[in-house]
Write a protein that binds this ligand. Structure first.
Ligand SMILES: Nc1ncnc2c1ncn2[C@@H]1O[C@H](COP(=O)(O)OP(=O)(O)OP(=O)(O)O)[C@@H](O)[C@H]1O
Ligand SMILES: [Mg+2]
Length: 258
């Protein structure tokens, strides 16, 4: 049986601060697939990620995005999150006054309520036990859990915290925006292991990265190149190797290559 399209984006155009950044993006991600998006700085990768998550600063000018059969663009950011769309930020935000552990538990319980599949909501004690396993998986102890979310975290700690959120929330569509940037080699492997463990036929990943190295650990099904607000090339994992060797100029010569 053909796999279902989990995310279907067509002709998506998005402006930031009055400038059109995405100029017609088409993207189709099926259940179970891992897609990587690469591309030059400023080409619109984070804009795509933020627009899919529903960040209000990213204005949709045109096009459509369907998620699990629903009109994604019509959903509020929190509705998207509750429906299983997760974005790990390129620049994770600090949340003053809310501890990591409280934040994660509230988010998880909100998701469980929404999913309505009989999963119990967790009280602080049960949650700690649940968290223990997730922390072990990402190689952390609980010392970061009672600190405000991301406040004072080092660059790599923030990225690792995004991965902890991913592991706890187990989204249906995980968008990772350069989660590998700034990570030491052990943390990079942890990111890859977490993603690989979560890979299953009902979950998909959209992974923005600059580095082919990550894709040695997480084998993508599809690799896209975003340049000047459009997907200019799509291929398999070998495309990432080709980009590593050749850079992006050959794709930017003004010709659409498919
Ligand atoms: N809030 C903003 N105000 C003005 N311009 C913005 C804003 N956010 C993004 N842009 C512009 O949109 C363009 C695309 O940015 P985006 O962050 O999507 O690029 P990217 O592909 O993620 O780049 P990188 O690889 O460096 O992360 C850039 O030229 C950027 O300056
Ligand atoms: Mg970016």
């Amino acid at each position: 049986m053909a796999k279902k399209g989990l995310l279907e984006v067509q002709g998506l155009r998005v402006a930031v601060a009055g400038n059109e950044i995405l100029k017609g993006v088409d993207l189709m991600i099926r259940d179970g697939e891992v897609h990587a998006i690469m591309g030059p700085n400023g080409s619109g990768k984070s804009t795509l990620a933020q627009a899919l998550a529903g960040h209000p600063a990213y204005a949709v000018l045109g096009g459509t995005a369907k998620y699990d059969g629903k009109d994604l663009l019509d959903m509020k950011p929190e509705e998207r999150a509750r429906a299983g769309v997760f974005l790990a930020f390129q620049y994770p935000v600090e949340i003053r006054g809310i501890t990591n552990s409280y934040f994660l538990r509230s988010a998880l319980n909100a998701l469980r309520r929404e999913r309505g599949g009989g999963e119990p909501e967790l009280d602080p004690i049960d949650f700690l036990q649940f968290l223990e396993q997730k922390l072990k998986a990402i190689g952390w102890d609980d010392s970061m859990m009672n600190r405000p979310v991301n406040e004072g975290f080092s660059g790599g700690e923030k990225k690792r915290n995004e991965i902890l959120q991913l592991a706890v929330l187990e989204p249906r569509l995980a968008i990772l925006d350069e989660t590998d940037s700034g990570l030491d080699i052990d943390a990079l492997k942890t990111v890859a292991e977490t993603v690989n463990k979560l890979r299953n036929p009902d979950r998909a990943f959209l992974i923005v990265t600059h580095y082919q190295r990550l894709l040695n650990y997480i084998k993508p099904d599809v690799v896209h190149v975003l340049a000047d607000g459009r997907i200019v090339k799509t291929g398999g994992p070998e495309l990432a190797l080709e980009l590593e060797a050749k850079g992006y100029d050959w794709l930017r010569a003004g010709v659409m290559v498919s």
